[in-house]
Ligand binder design. Structure first.
Ligand code: AP5
Ligand code: ZN
Length: 217
C-alpha cells in the first residue's frame, strides 16, 4: 500500500506511523526524521534545513522533494510506503503525483488525523524524543519513560526538540493551516481521504486507522 499520513504537528503521526508501518509491512518515511538525521550528521542538506525548521517554516520544495524522492526510490519502498510529513503543500502533492505516475503507481489512501488544537499543544509540550532513534517517542505524562530522561527501548538520552518551543509551535500550526491543510481538498478531489479522530489511547487510534484503511482497500 502507498499511504500518506496528514495531520497537525503533534497529532501523533510519528507515533501511529511506527505501528501502522509494522502492521502493513511497509517502510515509514518521515521527511522530518530525514531532516533531523541530516542535521545530527552535519550534512549540507541538514545545514540548509535547520534554520527553516527552527523557525517553524517549511524547508523549500527544491530541497524536500529531491530528498523524499531519493528515499522512495530505495529498494525497501518498491512495494509501498507510509509517508509522514510529506507532501506538506499542494506543490509537493503535485510533485508526488508526477513521480508516481512516471513509475505507473498510485496512492491508495490519505489518512487524515484529526485532533483539537489544545490537545496538540499538550502533546507537543510534553514530548521527549530519543537521541539514538527517532521512532522512540515518549510523553512526560501520557507515556512516560520508566526512568526520567532515559529511553526505555535503548537507554539513549531523551531530549526536547528545538522546534517544540511555544513560539515555534504556534508558527508550525499556522503553517499547517495555511499550507498543508489545502492538500486535504486536493486529495479529496481524488477520492483518497479517510479521516479519523486521533483522540484516545495510542492503540485505540491505531485500531481506528487500520479499520479505516481496510475499508478503503
Ligand atoms: P515533522 O517532524 O514532520 O513535524 P510535525 O509535522 O510538526 O509533526 P510532529 O513530529 O511534531 O508530530 P507528530 O504528529 O509526529 O506527533 P508524535 O507522534 O511525535 O516536521 C518538522 C519540521 O521539518 C517542519 O516544521 C518543517 O520545517 C520540516 N519539514 C518536514 N517535512 C517537510 C516537508 N515535507 N516540506 C517542508 N518542510 C518539512 O506525537 C506527539 C506527542 O504526543 C508525543 O509525545 C507522543 O508520545 C504523544 N502522543 C501521540 N499519540 C498520543 C495519544 N493517542 N495520546 C496521548 N499522547 C499521544
Ligand atoms: Zn531509544
Amino acid at each position: 500500500m502507498r499511504i500518506v499520513l496528514v495531520g497537525p504537528p503533534g497529532a501523533g503521526k510519528g507515533t501511529q506511523a511506527a505501528f501502522l508501518a509494522k502492521n502493513l509491512s511497509i517502510p515509514h518515511i518521515s521527511t522530518g526524521d530525514l531532516f533531523r538525521a541530516n542535521i545530527s550528521q552535519g550534512t549540507e542538506l541538514g545545514r540548509q534545513a535547520k534554520a527553516y525548521m527552527d523557525a517553524g517554516n517549511l524547508v523549500p520544495d527544491e530541497v524536500t522533494v529531491g530528498m523524499a524522492k531519493d528515499r522512495m526510490e530505495q529498494p525497501d519502498a518498491a512495494n509501498g510506503f507510509l509517508l509522514d510529513g510529506f507532501p506538506r503543500n499542494v506543490a509537493q502533492a503535485e510533485a508526488l503525483d508526477e513521480m508516481l505516475e512516471t513509475e505507473g503507481m498510485k496512492l491508495d489512501a490519505v489518512l487524515d488525523l484529526e485532533v483539537p488544537e489544545d490537545e496538540v499543544v499538550k502533546r507537543i509540550a510534553g514530548r521527549r524524543v530519543c537521541r539514538n532513534e527517532s521512532a522512540h517517542v515518549f510523553h512526560v505524562t501520557y507515556s512516560p519513560p520508566k526512568q526520567e530522561g532515559v529511553c526505555d527501548a535503548c537507554g539513549g538520552d531523551l531530549y526536547q526538540r528545538d522546534d517544540d518551543s511555544e513560539e515555534t509551535v504556534r508558527r508550525r500550526l499556522e503553517v499547517y493551516h495555511t499550507q498543508t491543510e489545502p492538500i486535504i481538498d486536493y486529495y479529496k478531489a481524488q477520492g483518497l481521504v479517510v479521516t479519523i479522530s486521533a483522540l484516545g489511547k495510542v492503540n485505540e487510534v491505531t485500531e481506528r486507522a487500520m479499520e479505516a484503511l481496510r475499508g478503503d482497500q
